[in-house]
Design a protein around this ligand. Structure first.
Ligand code: C2E
Ligand code: MG
Ligand code: MG
Ligand code: MG
Length: 292
């Protein structure tokens, strides 16, 4: 808009809110490739806690964008635009390479650490992806066990046969796979059987009010029971308080990712958090596991 003013262009055509948001979308799509190569993007790591073993050895890597003019842009906004404009593989490849080199520096101190990267529908159709990932891992001497990948049900649904085939290739390499945002897609619970995954992440929608909402609690219990029966790990996403922790523990979830334990953190803060957790973990669990 400013440049339109400076160039003396007629302002009328920019005035509706729709045009403004269209302009913003175009700016985001245009700036994305340069943002990746110029340090505007960085990665936040959110801890995932094993609430049964009371251990923290994994995390999810989440992309962050500090745009010079637009400020902080949520991944909810720009990931969708990257997907629509055919640019998502730029982000996925950037994330994978950055996370793998970060792992190479963390693993000597935290040998059991596993970090998850989110993939999109297009990545699941890229037949070269498994070989690319394994060669990046090999180049940094990072074991496949240190990386996991998250995909949503809807990403798998885009081209189910091809996606499942590619997921199987990834699984064959030894990389662990998780279904993300479980319960929000169109698929049924039975569908889990045909997906070559290790983990189910129950969407925050069912977790955020679990201590007040009996239906959510029932859904989480049923999902956890079924997933455990199929030999899958179950993660509760978006847990924010201790009352919720007792519910998801009782429901049979093994892992929790949520603000209750930590928000997503910059790399250095995350490694400090891991060290602090080892010392202070008792305070997260005492009240939650006490018989009330
Ligand atoms: P997601 O993969 O389901 O990631 C979890 C989101 O929930 C993150 O939002 C995280 O900050 C947020 N979250 C975690 N715990 C809590 C909680 O206790 N309360 C609340 N209110 N929120 C919580 P974020 O980082 O904004 O990412 C949003 C979505 O953007 C992600 O959802 C994922 O779908 C996508 N995304 C982020 N980074 C990437 C990426 O590198 N590649 C792709 N393809 N998608 C990404
Ligand atoms: Mg995710
Ligand atoms: Mg999720
Ligand atoms: Mg999500």
């Amino acid at each position: 808009l400013n440049s339109a003013k400076q160039q003396g262009l007629p302002l009328a055509i920019y005035q509706s809110g729709q045009d403004e948001s269209h302009q913003r979308e175009l700016t985001i799509i245009r700036d994305l490739p340069f943002a990746l190569s110029s340090g505007q993007m960085f990665i936040a790591y959110q801890p995932k806690v094993d609430i049964v073993a009371q251990q923290a050895i994994s995390a999810e890597a989440l992309i962050r964008w500090q745009h010079p003019q637009l400020g902080f842009i949520s991944p909810v906004e720009f990931i969708l635009l990257a997907e629509r404009s055919g640019n998502i593989s730029l982000i996925s490849n950037w994330m994978l390479q950055k996370v793998i080199s970060q792992l190479a520096s963390w693993l000597p101190m935290h040998p059991e650490l596993c970090v998850a990267v989110n993939l999109s529908a297009d990545d699941l159709l890229d037949e070269q992806l498994p070989i690319r990932i394994t060669s990046w891992l090999a180049a940094q001497q990072v074991p496949v066990s240190a990386l996991s990948l998250e995909v949503t049900e809807s990403a798998v649904m885009q081209d189910t046969a091809k996606a499942i085939n590619n997921l199987q290739q990834l699984k064959n390499t030894g990389i662990k796979l998780a279904i993300d945002d479980f319960g929000t897609g169109q698929s049924s619970l039975a569908y889990l059987k045909s997906l070559p995954v290790h983990e189910v992440k129950i969407d925050r929608a069912f977790i955020k009010d679990i201590e007040h909402n009996e239906q959510d609690e029932l859904i989480v219990q049923a999902t956890a029971k079924l997933a455990a029966g199929l030999g899958l790990r179950v993660t509760a996403e978006g847990l924010e308080n201790q009352a919720g922790l007792s519910r998801v523990l009782a429901a049979g979830c093994q892992q929790v990712q949520g603000y209750y334990f930590s928000k997503p953190l910059a790399a250095e803060a995350f490694s400090n958090w891991l060290n602090d957790f080892a010392v202070e973990k008792a305070h997260y669990f005492t009240a939650a596991t006490d018989p009330a």
